[in-house]
Design a protein around this ligand. Structure first.
Ligand SMILES: [Zn+2]
Length: 231
């Protein structure tokens, strides 16, 4: 059920990474890390929490410039204590790094948790929360009126996106389903953005599915550009 009107959605600039030589996107030089807050009538919902602090490996590999999620929320008028839910698109280190800054329940796909426990997948302490704080979702689920999580595997086995519907608008918060708005427009996924080669067709299918929802806007975790049908 869509909301009567689309709630405000603010972009949160959470970090900037310097990409190492071996990274599939190394030619870009750097990578922005974005989260979003949906000002839902039931309370603010945060999608992705960016990069955490204090992990030596991540600092050596990516030289991150980290912005505090709580400060970014305050800039858009949200007190972190009022956040009612968090959705992690996936549990890579740059999407769950500040989960611990919020007390709200964190929604993650069931398929994401076992893979997140594998060595080298993420920063374990950033992807760890008290059991009672997790909300494990298996597939698509309505979180609230006009707010749905959609399973979009491919970049990772348990990647998910958020779809916000209000009035005549459908906004996709696509996480890393597409690395760029241009790729969303083209319906293509770079092989390097799939979990591994076997997940590439799965990622392409997830993108097709999101596009089939006829979004009026789509926003991403690593591209400031928004996609819209006219773009
Ligand atoms: Zn990722």
């Amino acid at each position: 059920m869509p909301l009567p009107a689309l709630p405000r959605i603010d972009r949160l600039e959470l970090a900037e990474l310097v990409l190492p030589d071996w990274h599939p996107r190394a030619a870009d030089g750097s990578c922005v890390v974005l989260g979003y807050v949906v000002h839902h009538p039931d309370g603010p919902v945060v999608v992705d929490t960016g990069v955490g602090r204090g992990n030596r490996l991540i600092e050596d590999l990516y030289h991150p410039t980290v912005h505090d999620l709580v400060g970014r929320l305050a800039e858009v008028g949200v007190d972190e204590r009022d956040v009612v839910a968090v959705v992690c698109s996936h549990l890579h280190f740059d999407h769950c790094g500040q989960n611990a800054a919020l007390a709200a329940p964190v929604h993650v796909q069931a398929a994401e948790r076992p893979v997140a426990a594998e060595p080298g997948y993420t920063v374990p302490e950033w992807a760890t929360l008290p059991d009672e704080q997790w909300r494990v979702v298996d597939g698509d689920a309505d979180l609230a009126e006009g707010l749905r999580v959609v399973a979009t595997p491919g970049h990772t086995p348990g990647h998910q996106s958020v779809v916000v519907s209000g009035g005549d608008d459908v906004v996709v918060l696509g996480g890393q389903c597409s690395y760029t708005a241009a790729e969303f427009a083209a319906g293509t996924v770079d092989e390097g953005d799939a979990h591994d080669a076997s997940w590439h067709p799965v990622a392409v299918e997830s993108l097709r599915r999101l596009r089939s929802l006829h979004p009026t806007r789509a926003l991403f975790a690593h591209d400031r550009a928004a996609w819209s049908p006219a773009s």
